[in-house]
Ligand binder design. Structure first.
Ligand code: CP
Length: 311
């Protein structure tokens, strides 16, 4: 039997072996279960606290639904920054101790600064699942992304992945980078304005793990070359004074989409932004556009993760 995962905090914690032998197969099983209209009792008698300090549509709702599909129960605090005692200055460690005092079996947590989930895990008596920590990481998003890529190509080795948009503050591209480092012969194209390029810690990781990377400022330079074109929105809420994003070079148009290889895919963690409009509405139904498949896979992925952590 596979060893239980204590916490899900960052993508580096997962091995290629675990991804291929445990995570992909269990996610496949969860997909079959849901698509056949089934449920399971894997979390029967278990309760999960879903504690969100930042807004979310997908991560929060898919975790809630994942708990319910597995027969567990869930209590959600969806605007913890405003409606929890964080407003009175309570720390993440103390809030975690309180959730522990109420005997939850796991805490799924979205927080507004990098490292918050680690702080929670350092005191928690139950598993912590990082559902996004500021500009840090979003490991469960990267797991649903890598599952979606694997499901489409049947492999990860040898793929060329273009990350496009706000790579400085986008936590999903950081987490997915860590997972890509587990595979062989990966090439990464980094398309962003200079001020929003990938941070040095990830560049050092690419180097260490044999990922060939190159920086660009215009999506047109890579549009016909990448297997995966992964767009992101500008994380305006995290930008400092003087930092702006106007979408130059990082927006997909119909003309550009025409140049994308027929076998390539376009991804985006969502939400897409309505002002920069990096994937215009009229491109949504192109068969290469996997953005809503990614979101759906989020449910299957999170069911698999919950079963592995507390099932
Ligand atoms: N992809 C993602 O994390 O979406 P939400 O912010 O809506 O959860």
């Amino acid at each position: 039997m596979a060893a239980k995962i204590k916490h899900i905090l960052k993508s580096q914690q997962f091995s290629r072996d675990w991804l291929e032998k445990e995570f992909f197969p269990l996610t496949d099983k969860m997909k079959k279960l849901v698509l056949s209209g089934g449920r399971s009792g894997d979390l029967e008698g278990k309760t999960v606290s879903v504690l969100f300090y930042e807004p979310s549509t997908r991560t929060r709702t898919s975790f809630q639904q994942a708990v319910l599909k597995l027969g567990g129960q869930v209590i959600v605090t969806e605007n913890a920054k405003e409606f929890s005692s964080a407003v009175k200055g309570e720390t993440i460690k103390d809030t975690t101790r309180i959730m522990n005092a109420y005997h939850f079996d796991a805490i799924v947590m979205r927080t507004d600064y990098a490292g918050a989930a680690d702080e929670a895990a350092s005191v928690s008596t139950c598993p912590i699942i990082n559902a996004g920590d500021g500009a840090g990481q979003h490991p469960t998003q990267s797991l649903l992304d890598i599952y979606t890529i694997f499901e489409h190509f049947g492999k990860i080795d040898g793929l060329r992945v273009a990350f496009v948009g706000d790579l400085k503050y986008g936590r999903t591209v950081r987490s997915l980078s860590y997972l890509l480092g587990k595979f062989k012969n990966i090439k990464v194209d980094l398309v962003a304005p200079d001020s929003l390029q990938m941070r040095n810690d990830i560049l050092a990781y690419y180097k260490k793990h044999g990922i060939e990377y190159k920086k660009y400022s215009d999506i047109a330079d890579i549009i016909d070359k990448a297997d995966v074109i992964y767009l992101t929105r500008a994380q305006k809420e995290r930008m400092k004074e003087g930092e702006t994003a106007d979408g130059s070079g990082v927006v997909l148009t119909g003309e550009l989409l025409d140049k994308v290889n027929k076998k390539s895919i376009v991804m985006h963690p969502l939400p897409r932004s309505s002002d920069i409009n990096e994937i215009p509405e009229e491109l949504t139904d192109d068969p290469r556009m996997l953005i809503f498949k990614e979101a759906e896979n989020g449910l299957f992925t999170r069911m698999a993760l919950l079963k592995m952590v507390i099932g």
